[in-house]
Design a protein. Structure first.
Length: 90
């Protein structure tokens, strides 16, 4: 199940962040942090879609919270990829 979440999250991120798509493809599978973030991103996006589909006004705060969560995960992944780019390769 975790592997499936990870794969779906990775695909979703590659669509959302085309500038680092190649970096994601290279880095994924080589670090538990990135793999975990991909799975967490998938879970957060699925929940966000579900809340948005409900169209209930009382869900607005939860929707904003999940939008922020998704954005924060995207930022974390971008930072990981940028940090890895700046490190010398062996």
């Amino acid at each position: 199940m975790q592997q499936r979440l990870h794969q779906r999250g990775l695909l979703r991120l590659m669509l959302k962040l085309p500038a680092i798509r190649g970096e994601l493809q290279v880095r994924v599978g080589h670090g538990e942090t990135l793999n975990g973030l991909c799975a967490n991103y998938e879970e957060a996006c699925v929940a966000l879609e579900r809340f948005k589909a409900s169209k209930r006004p009382e869900e607005r705060a939860v929707i904003e919270e999940y939008e922020t969560l998704c954005s924060n995960i995207e930022s974390d992944i971008i930072l990981i990829c940028l940090q890895d780019r700046s490190m010398p390769r062996k």
